[in-house]
Design a protein around this ligand. Sequence first.
Ligand code: HEC
Length: 155
Amino acid sequence: MTKFFSFAAVGLFSVAIVGGALAQQSENPAVKARKSLMSLYAFNISQLGAMAKGEAEYNAEVAAAAANNLATLSKVDQSAMWPAGTDNVADPSSRALPAIWENFADVGAKGQAFAEAAAAMQAAAGQDLDALKAAMGPLGGACSACHKAYRAPKE
Ligand code: HEC
């Protein structure tokens, strides 16, 4: 009897572990898509940021490529990437605050501000380092304005 009980207990325990692991991995494809898009934003802006900060030598071609990518990425239609029920309360793998779904117009405006800053960077990045630096503030500011309002801080 004691033996049976301990087997059963071990069985339950491992089910709980597997269940937990699955819950963490299972992600809505829309959440995955928007996070992937954000990662592409981050990769490209980090190349520009490194040059702006002097951590990488200015290279007009590399800068123009990153800025072109950002401008292109800013035009991706995200309308299917933010379905209802994918905020960070409903889906713990997300950091998207519920406020997004109550303020779609403002989120759109912040997305538009980002697209405009990305277009300005696209015009500037290949010119010279000073032009790149001048476009960096508004671009980084557009990312953080949206994150401040609509992204939960990292836990
Ligand atoms: C219009 C709003 C908005 C703009 C503009 C925006 N973001 Fe985000 N970003 C979000 C939200 C909301 C999340 C959380 C998404 C989620 O976890 O579901 C996020 C998440 C991220 C993440 C984390 C991705 C992950 O794997 O969890 C990175 C990195 C990121 N953004 C970078 C950027 C960069 C860089 C820019 C500007 C070039 C930018 N974002 C512009 C709203 C925005």
